[in-house]
Design a protein around this ligand. Structure first.
Ligand code: PAF
Length: 286
């Protein structure tokens, strides 16, 4: 595996891949890699001859008071995991490579699916994500880019961005990877103390209750929300930002579940904010 940090080295690699007819897949990450990220590398490999992973803790997507300063950074461990998993190129840019001094341009998805939920609770977050993803696409010029379904709203925002700007990249979604007890793999799980780690399973328990109700034929979003809230309320360490039922394409709340929905959760466990979701398509059930 090669590691590059500069735009020049990255572009040289990209030119060589193009000259030899190799398709490139990009997996954008913020590092602190775990099995969830590595499954994205596997997925990328199924779509391309060369897999590029970027690690960049993007300051533009963190709000004031969020965890930018303490976000886990484990570059050596990440590089070892990626090499072992067959990544071809690790792109490790400095802030100035992504945002050159004097850069004043941002990319913003100004309507659904960027508006509610994460868009409301983390103002500016999706502007930061859309901007860095656009810059990474411009630098790496991937044919394919892989994003995890765990960040379902981010995935919808990126799809929208690519569609609206006609970016020449295919977005591929990869399923959420979970611990044995159902907790979704996340770099932020590292913040959890042992009792918080136990409490954090409440997200999966709430989603499991919602799925059971949906599979049992419940089509009232209000009932599903009540079911989620009921399970989350049983965990004293949990503080809920949202527990919703939204349309899978727009992320706008629905009342009756007649088309594909996402059931997204954002819950604080102590000082750690966790997100998770499930996807449900009523058409597939009938
Ligand atoms: O999902 C993430 O890790 C980040 O939001 C991303 C897509 C790498 C952009 O910084």
């Amino acid at each position: 595996m090669l590691t590059v940090s500069t735009e020049e080295d990255l572009r040289r690699y990209r030119r060589a891949a193009r000259a030899t007819g190799h398709r490139v897949a990009l997996v954008p990450t913020m590092g602190a890699l775990h099995e969830g990220h590595l499954s994205l590398v596997d997925e990328a490999r199924r779509h391309a001859d060369r897999v590029v992973v970027s690690i960049f803790v993007n300051p533009a997507q963190f709000g004031p008071g969020e965890d930018l300063g303490r976000y886990p950074r484990t570059p050596d461990h990440d590089a070892a995991l990626l090499a072992e998993r067959g990544c071809d190129l690790l792109f490790l840019p400095e802030v100035e490579t992504i945002y050159p001094p004097g850069a004043v341009t941002f990319v913003e998805v100004t309507g659904p699916p960027a508006r509610g939920l994460e868009g409301s609770f983390r103002p500016g977050h999706f502007r930061g994500v859309a901007t860095v993803v656009t810059v990474l696409f411009a630098l790496v010029e991937p044919e394919v880019a892989v994003f995890g379904e765990k960040d379902a709203q981010q995935l919808a925002v990126v799809r929208r961005l690519v569609r609206d700007l006609r970016l020449p990249v295919t977005i591929v979604a990869a399923p959420t990877v979970r611990e044995e007890d159902g907790l979704a793999r996340s770099s932020r799980n590292a913040y959890l103390s042992p009792p918080e780690r136990r409490a954090a399973t409440v997200l999966f328990r709430a989603l499991t209750a919602a799925r059971e109700a949906l599979e049992g034929g419940e089509r009232s979003a209000a009932q599903i929300r009540a079911r989620l809230r009921g399970v989350l309320a049983e965990e004293p360490a949990a503080r809920v930002d949202y527990a919703e039922v939204v349309a899978a394409d727009t992320f706008e709340p629905v009342e009756v579940i007649a088309a594909p929905v996402i059931v997204p959760l954002a819950v604080h466990i102590g000082g750690t904010r966790l997100i998770d979701n499930l996807h449900f398509d009523p058409e597939r059930e009938s």
